[in-house]
Design a protein around this ligand. Structure first.
Ligand SMILES: NC(=O)C1=CN([C@@H]2O[C@H](COP(=O)(O)OP(=O)(O)OC[C@H]3O[C@@H](n4cnc5c(N)ncnc54)[C@H](OP(=O)(O)O)[C@@H]3O)[C@@H](O)[C@H]2O)C=CC1
Ligand SMILES: CC(C)(CO)C(=O)C(=O)O
Length: 331
């Protein structure tokens, strides 16, 4: 299949590399600062289990020119939320109308944005559960596990994309899966503000309590608004806050898989915050805050975390420093 990855960054380069290695014709549409090191060398993708693949540049099409979208049988969108509207405009201008477009992005609004800009096209939401971090020039490392899920539709796309190293499944209930992922992604901002790796954050009970309280707040909002939530981890969504609050030795035993993380892994928002790039806070905490207002459900922790990020706080902060600014029941 001819795949154009619209947004060559962590997710795009990792998944693009694995798909190209398996024989797909992959085009990476991205920035010169990302593509040039690949042109000079190879694309390397690695994972937590020791997998390592090197894909020579001549096995890929690397382009900064959106006209490369005209070559797509399928477009996989992997830009950050703030860049989706512009990417949607480029897809509308260049990609064949028959090429399905799948969002491999976090948050609820990306597929909506793409659908609005691409009326009549097969636009699907998707969910990437795992973390990918840059690990050197032209090298991306998958730090956690999980299978990609896409919204079901014609063309057996999941089967055609799925690989042993990159399983992809389809679901009729993608909205619930996306909400389940959003609840997990609320930690992106806490991780960014903590200055810690995900593993060190998870091994600290004060951080886990704050993560749990924020997650419980979001689950209450989603229940009040009648939104479906499907867990994207081996634990049911409602149980996760309780597990997070356990003492560390018990948590480490019960949630061993949560801790199967590369020691250096941090959330995608941590990289954005460190680099001074816009964050996805409005499509993560922002979604919960908006639904909280609609349903009259308090969201003090999401309010506080969103305010810190929006005001330009870069941390590192402690859980107590974050709680210190809380108003209402979470404080
Ligand atoms: N990283 C992760 O572990 C995970 C990320 N996700 C989600 O996946 C999505 C992508 O995240 P991630 O891979 O981390 O993002 P990155 O920021 O690493 O990659 C996106 C890349 O796309 C580039 N880009 C943006 N607009 C264009 C354009 N018009 N033309 C060409 N290139 C463009 C960006 O450049 P520039 O910065 O210059 O705009 C950037 O290099 C997000 O929604 C994220 O939440 C989901 C699961 C895990
Ligand atoms: C870390 C992970 C996989 C979950 O929060 C993620 O989605 C991200 O980094 O954006």
């Amino acid at each position: 299949m001819k795949l154009v990855i619209a947004g060559a960054g962590s997710i795009g380069c990792y998944c693009g590399g694995v798909l190209a290695d398996a024989g797909h014709e992959v085009t990476l549409l991205g920035r010169a600062r990302v593509l040039d090191p690949m042109r000079q060398n190879v694309l390397t993708v690695t994972d937590y289990s020791g997998m390592r693949k090197t894909i020579p540049a001549d096995r890929l099409t690397l382009s900064e020119d959106p006209a490369c979208l005209s070559n797509a049988d399928l477009v996989l969108v992997a830009v950050k939320t703030g860049a989706t509207a512009e990417m949607a405009r480029l897809i509308a201008a260049h990609a064949p109308a028959a090429a399905p477009v799948i969002s491999w992005q976090n948050g609820m609004e990306n597929a909506r944005t793409l659908r609005t800009a691409l009326p009549g096209r097969d636009v699907r939401a998707g969910m990437v559960p795992f973390n990918v971090v840059p690990a050197g020039p032209a090298t991306w490392h998958r730090a956690t596990s999980g299978d990609i899920v896409i919204q079901s539709g014609p063309g057996a796309l999941a089967r055609r994309l799925s690989l042993p190293d990159l399983p992809v499944t389809e679901t009729d209930g993608i909205e619930a899966v996306q909400w389940g992922k959003l609840v997990i992604n609320l930690n992106n901002a806490l991780n960014a503000l903590s200055g810690l790796t995900l593993r060190d954050q998870l091994l600290n009970r004060d951080w886990r309590r704050l993560m749990a309280d924020q997650m419980a707040e979001a689950l209450a909002v989603l229940a009040a608004s009648g939104r479906p939530v499907a867990s994207t981890t081996p634990l049911p969504a409602w149980m996760t806050p309780h597990i997070l609050r356990l003492p560390t030795p018990l948590f480490s035993r019960i949630a061993a898989r949560m801790l199967t993380i590369d020691p250096a892994a941090r959330t995608s928002m941590a990289y954005d915050l460190d680099a001074g790039r816009p964050t996805e806070i409005d499509s993560l905490q922002g979604e919960i805050i908006r639904l909280g207002r609609e349903t009259g459900t308090p969201t003090p922790i999401c309010d506080r975390v969103a305010a810190l990020i929006t005001q330009g706080e870069t941390g590192p902060l402690s859980p107590d420093q974050i709680r210190a600014g809380l108003h209402g029941p979470g404080g």
